[in-house]
Design a protein around this ligand. Structure first.
Ligand code: SF4
Ligand code: SF4
Length: 58
């Protein structure tokens, strides 16, 4: 199970990227964040810091 960011909801603030302990989050061409599922350890930190609830576990 990894986390995934809803790019329609993400506002590109970068808080999750700065908070991720393993560097799994990077910006796509639109400035929205994407999570590398092979790196994500499902710690939930991105979901905790996101102001709009864009990261969700799946
Ligand atoms: S759940 Fe944790 S490891 Fe995975 S992307 Fe979010 S902050 Fe990074
Ligand atoms: S914290 Fe939320 S709104 Fe900000 S870049 Fe990450 S997913 Fe997008």
């Amino acid at each position: 199970m990894a986390y995934k960011i809803d790019t329609d909801t993400c506002v590109g603030c970068g808080a999750c990227k700065d908070a991720c302990p393993v560097g799994a989050i990077s910006a796509n061409a639109d400035g929205k964040m994407v999570i590398d599922p092979n790196t994500c350890i499902s710690c939930g930190t991105c979901a905790a810091v996101c102001p709009v609830g864009a990261p969700v576990s799946e």
